[in-house]
Design a protein around this ligand. Structure first.
Ligand code: EPU
Length: 428
């Protein structure tokens, strides 16, 4: 198992380029199955969730070829069996998008229940409700979800909770339905819009993505396309917070500033300077950090995927900040690890009180999930002394070359194998 070793206390300075969005590509790679021709995807991030999605397609019979570092050509027309086995699906949450996309293409799908970050109970009842409303039968059989139908019937679907995954899965199936599907109380995240744009570029007929009512008129066939994935809003936000926490001066390039508005607004309240340009933002700091209240909410609210990182910054503010997690039941698991670095955070259910501590102390810690890992990296960069972060495979699921990008900004960070890794590799 690899670790990050960070010697803290260096100001981040310079420029960093943001990669393609993990949560957009998580939906768009499976969506290629719907196309009757090959597709070319550009701005693909080099993260392990992408490798797993591409591996799933390849194992099912697709032809997958990288044209350059960030461009992949996928011909999914060779897929005949709509099955994603446990060994593949368990590795990431978004494997459940193969349910929608295989149902759309083949009218049946058999996909293992998904894995992914543990953030509390993560039911998929709304996905299954939507598939059932579209006319499919859904059965749980030995850990596999089996869905099938003769015909996908355009329908009216109202989500009881705003769900990104449920909205995406419904779009993936409904795009090949007979008639019109209307999704109400839909999620509005930038990656929902990106998926709709991708599907429309293949010939789909989707209107309203980015609002809470999405209308999808089913089509018979979808053609090949070339499409560039949007930049990752959360990777950008993570670098914004890292730059601020080290009181640095960083230009964050290849971003859509509109997607960062809720993050920018909170950073400005905390006392961070955020200068916006057409496709970049510059972070500087010239005063103390100020306590702030934050509640995570569906887009356009403050994203839950930035909650651990911004809470880490709030540890460096004067006074007590209140952070409320509005999406997941258990997204404060990183707090125990941050406490090892000196954080003074008390958690009661979905509310945390973050007391300012002045600075972190380096310590050995473990990444408990993807964004928890990002938060620990930020704390390590700002800390006095050395921080060792274990279980960094969580971080590599969603951040492309995080240590390389941080090193280019002046951070003292390296990746090390844990003792035993070489013995393990030699034995394999
Ligand atoms: N929910 C239900 N029933 C459902 C679906 C969701 O009750 O059928 C609940 C969830 O338990 C949660 C809330 O609704 O409390 C929102 O869940 P949502 O479906 O929106 O989340 P998700 O699709 O499981 C995606 C991202 C997450 C991100 C959330 C919220 C992917 C692969 N994952 O998860 O990303 O936190 O949306 O924006 O797109 C991350 O990148 O670190 C990450 C966890």
């Amino acid at each position: 198992m690899e670790k990050f070793i960070i010697k803290g206390g260096r100001r981040l300075q310079g420029e960093v380029e943001i990669s393609g969005a993990k949560n957009a590509v998580a939906a768009i790679i499976p969506a290629v199955v719907l196309s009757d021709e090959p597709c070319i995807l550009e701005n693909i991030p080099n993260i392990s969730d992408v490798s797993i999605s591409l591996r799933i397609l390849y194992e099912m019979g697709a032809d997958v070829k990288f044209l350059d570092k960030t461009t992949v050509r996928i011909d999914a027309t060779g897929i005949t069996e709509p099955v994603v086995p446990y060994e593949m699906a368990k590795q990431m949450r978004s494997s459940y998008y193969f349910l929608g996309t295989l149902l759309g293409k083949f009218r049946r799908a058999r996909v293992s229940m998904p894995g992914g970050c543990y953030l509390g109970d993560r039911p998929i009842d709304q996905h299954l409700k939507a598939f059932t409303t579209l006319g499919a039968t859904c059965v749980l059989d030995h850990g596999m979800i089996d869905i099938q139908t003769e015909e996908i019937l355009g329908s009216q679907i109202y989500f009881d909770v705003v769900t990104v995954g449920g909205t995406i899965n419904t779009m993936l199936a409904a795009v090949k339905a007979t008639g019109m599907t209307v999704i109400e109380n839909a999620a509005k995240e930038p990656h929902i819009v990106d998926l709709a744009n991708f599907l429309n570029s293949m010939g789909a007929d989707i209107m309203g993505a980015g609002t809470d009512v999405i209308k999808i008129r089913g089509v018979k066939n979808l053609k090949g396309t070339a499409y560039a994935i949007i930049p990752d809003q959360i990777e950008a936000g993570t670098f914004m917070v890292a730059a601020a926490a080290t009181r640095g001066d960083v230009l964050i390039k290849n971003v859509i500033p509109k997607h960062l508005e809720s993050i920018t607004a909170k950073l400005e309240k905390i006392g961070v300077n955020v200068e916006e340009f057409d496709d970049s933002v510059r972070i500087t700091v010239d005063g103390p950090f100020v306590k702030t209240s934050i509640k995570t909410m569906p887009h356009p609210g403050f994203p839950t995927d930035m909650q651990p990182q911004i809470s880490t910054l709030l540890c460096l503010a004067e006074g007590a900040s209140i952070v409320t997690e509005g999406i997941f039941d258990n997204r404060f698991r990183y707090v125990d690890e941050l406490r090892r670095m000196g954080a003074d955070i008390s958690v009661d259910g979905k509310v945390a009180v973050v007391e300012g501590i002045g600075s972190f102390m380096g310590a050995p810690v473990m990444a408990t999930d993807l964004r928890a890992g990002a938060a620990l990296v930020i704390a390590g960069l700002a800390a006095k002394g050395v921080t060792e972060i274990g279980d960094i495979h969580h971080i590599e699921r969603g951040y492309e070359d995080m240590e390389g990008k941080l090193r280019a900004l002046g951070a003292d960070i390296c990746k090390k194998s844990a003792p035993g890794d070489s013995i393990r590799q030699a034995a394999l």
